[in-house]
Design a protein around this ligand. Structure first.
Ligand code: PLP
Length: 372
């Protein structure tokens, strides 16, 4: 096979073009336009949440969530360590300090015991964290039954980074709607895409109104341009929202396909040499990416498998390198247990696109096996 197999490429369904054409015909290229509100309403409805603002990226959504919650200079914000840097860069934009929490072995997401420990420790050191950013990594819901009561007890708001977890379910509720604020990403590699985009959702209207205000240069209503605070140009464009409207038609289908990819990989690879991210009883992951851990001799094998895949023009990746071992965050406080560092050493992400064929999965598996 000569065509490159990507990790998670965009997958259009055809409807997008119609919505884009509609935008062109009506000349809503502005970048504002009616498709934005329509997309926001569709997202809110899908997630069974009251309020939604569409923005230019998931990172922008997290940034706005932090500002909305009043995070500023010198504040501390707790964040999952095992994640993509987009989760915590916005903490730095606010001149605040990230406090990283390691993973629990079950979900690979934020460890509730370490969270409790960290909050008590930060309070003891004189600073109560201003917010908690919990990531649902690779689409797998975090242990919210344990995390939310801890956050509530200490009265610290929770931002769910559901950038990878649109459509995942926890206790019958959509990921991103369990905490105080949820964020999604529609980057090209996510389960659906607007080519680039994001959203912030909440049951609190004031917060979404505030984020919307900040996202459009903080223009105070007046007969002229009046600005009383710093604003951002974080709006999603009408064209991107149009792509999103098309993609919403196939979101459920995309989740089914990604979950089927996971099952095919798991069946073909088996559990003798590999282990997989486990879905808890009360969780349904959208299986955005299929990830595997290599059980033995992973120090050599992860690298060898990735090299083998690359020679066959297949894009594989290591799991996210934890934030607390990233050079940029080396001075940030971290509460660790070794879990995320171990996952990083043992794991790899496999091509997981919804346009992947069963034949391609077979080809990928054969190449993985050839190095085991
Ligand atoms: C993709 C991603 C983001 C950032 O989203 P962008 O739309 O790329 O800015 C944040 N957090 C996680 C966990 C992500 O995977």
């Amino acid at each position: 096979m000569s065509k490159r197999i990507y990790l998670s490429p965009p997958h259009m369904c055809g409807e997008e073009q119609k919505y884009i054409e509609r935008a062109f015909k009506s000349n809503w290229i502005a970048p504002v336009g009616p498709a934005i509100t329509e997309f926001e309403n569709k997202l809110a409805q899908y997630n069974a949440i009251d309020h939604c603002v569409a923005v230019s990226s998931g990172t922008a959504a997290i940034h706005l969530a932090l500002i909305t919650l009043g995070v500023g200079k010198g504040d501390e914000v707790i964040c999952s360590s095992f994640t993509f840097s987009g989760s915590c860069n916005p903490i730095m934009y606010q001149s605040a300090t990230p406090v990283f929490i390691d993973s629990e072995p079950e979900s690979w997401n934020m460890d509730p015991t370490l969270l409790e420990q960290a909050i008590q420790d930060r309070i003891r050191l004189g600073k109560k964290p201003k917010a908690i950013i919990v990531v649902h990594l690779f689409g797998m819901p975090a242990n919210m039954d344990k995390i939310m009561p801890i956050a509530k007890q200490h009265e610290i708001p929770v931002i769910e980074d559901a950038a990878e977890a649109l459509g995942s379910i926890y206790n019958g509720r959509k990921a991103g709607t369990i905490g105080d604020i949820g964020i999604f990403s529609f980057n090209g590699n996510k389960i659906i895409t607007t080519s680039g985009g994001g959203a912030m959702v909440s049951f609190c209207k004031e917060w979404i109104d505030r984020a919307r205000f900040l996202s459009s240069q903080s223009r105070t209503p007046a007969p002229y341009y009046l600005h009383e605070e710093v604003g951002y140009n974080y709006q999603l464009s009408n064209i991107c929202a149009s792509i999103g409207l098309g993609q919403m038609h196939v979101l459920e289908e995309r989740i089914k396909t990604r979950r089927a990819n996971f099952c095919t990989y798991k069946n073909k690879l088996g559990e003798e040499q590999f282990s997989f991210q486990l879905e808890a009883e009360n969780s349904v992951s959208n299986r955005w990416l299929t990830t595997v851990l290599i059980k033995s001799n992973f120090e050599h094998k992860v690298g060898e498998v990735l090299t083998q895949l690359e020679t066959k023009n297949i894009e594989g990746r290591r799991l996210w390198k934890p934030m607390h071992v990233q050079p940029i965050f080396k001075n940030a406080p971290a509460y660790v247990n070794g879990v995320s560092e171990s996952l990083f050493l043992k794991g790899l992400c496999l091509p997981s696109g919804s346009n992947l064929t069963e034949e391609e999965i077979g080809f990928i598996v054969d190449n993985i096996r050839s190095k085991m």
